[in-house]
Design a protein around this ligand. Structure first.
Ligand SMILES: [Cu+2]
Length: 310
């Protein structure tokens, strides 16, 4: 038992840096204005809280040392019951911190409202991307360009991107850590999010809300490229390969896991609205209580054996 405990402790210690690198490392290395502002809030609120935590820890150690039994210079007050001055310090500092953190949250929540468009530099046209979370992949529709991709997003760097996000099935969360602002995708709802990548680069994105069997594979890359290269990518994709008709969309919406990136050279107009208004019926979603064998082979222990939780 001791050995097992020590082994699992060692395993979790070994994994800790990986967890930090995978999640927080990306958030602490923002690549756009929203991500940068969110990092600033994170660091500022940490600093405000440390302003309380550090003096409290020092004072605790200091008091314990000063009022030790062998210190004859410390005043001994066995009947001490109340001090107005101590009460004032103990209550006023937390109240100030709450006011300060609350004020910071109020201001930044309005500043970073996901529905608020980002300012575009003169001559830069913001890009609209419609996002649909399917079982279990991301569909990105470029309505103005008339193309679509799956599990791969190409955007021009330095250009504000207006995302319209919905889900064809259960709830998911759209999250590109280095660009900022995780936001939910929900069936029948048009969630808006405005992000921008400042520099060309490849940024990791994923679903951040568990949505069933194929959830681990709901990952994608955002390739931010110079504006000219984006134009070339659009014309290289447009009119080539498959078209995303309503029928093809219905096929795509069926459950499948670990989908490689793909693109469509044409998209049926108003497809996003048809999904949103549920003119196309919602995708199946995870089945409760039974693993879906169509998703991928899964090792399922026979009913009644160890590990069966029903
Ligand atoms: Cu949640």
């Amino acid at each position: 038992m001791n050995g097992l405990w020590r082994r699992s402790l060692r395993a979790s210690l070994a994994l800790a840096p990986l967890v930090v690198l995978a999640g927080c490392g990306q958030i602490l290395d923002p690549a756009g204005p929203i991500g940068a502002d969110e990092k600033k809030i994170l660091v500022n609120s940490l600093a405000v809280m440390l302003l309380i935590v550090v003096p409290t820890i020092i004072a605790t150690l200091g008091f314990a040392w000063w009022f030790r039994a062998s210190n004859t210079k410390a005043r001994y007050l066995p009947d001490f019951a109340y001090s107005g001055r101590v009460e004032a310090v103990v209550w006023s500092i937390p109240i100030l911190v709450i006011l300060f953190l609350g004020g910071m949250t109020w201001i930044s929540s309005h500043d970073l409202d996901p529905g608020k468009p980002l300012p575009a530099k003169p001559g830069v046209q913001p890009l609209t991307v419609q996002v649909v979370s399917l079982d279990w992949k991301w569909l990105f529709i470029y309505p103005d360009q008339g193309i679509a991709t799956v599990n791969h997003l190409v955007v021009p760097a330095g250009t504000p991107i207006n995302f319209h996000i919905t889900s064809a099935s259960v709830m998911n969360a759209f999250f590109v850590p280095r660009l900022g602002s995780m936001i939910y995708s929900m069936n029948g709802m048009d969630t808006q999010l405005h992000l921008q990548a400042d520099k060309p680069g490849r940024y990791y994105g994923r679903s951040a809300h568990f949505s069933g069997d194929g959830f681990p594979g709901m990952q994608f890359f955002v390739d931010a490229v110079p504006a000219a290269q984006f134009g070339a990518w659009v014309s290289g994709t447009k009119g080539k390969g498959e078209a995303l008709s309503a029928q093809r969309y219905w096929q795509l919406a069926q459950q499948s896991a670990d989908n490689p990136p793909m693109s469509f050279g044409a998209v049926q107009p108003q497809l996003f609205n048809a999904v949103l208004m549920q003119k196309i019926p919602p995708a199946p979603g995870p089945k409760l209580g039974e693993p879906d064998p169509s998703v991928r082979p899964m090792s399922v222990s026979p009913v009644g054996s160890e590990g069966d939780v029903r």
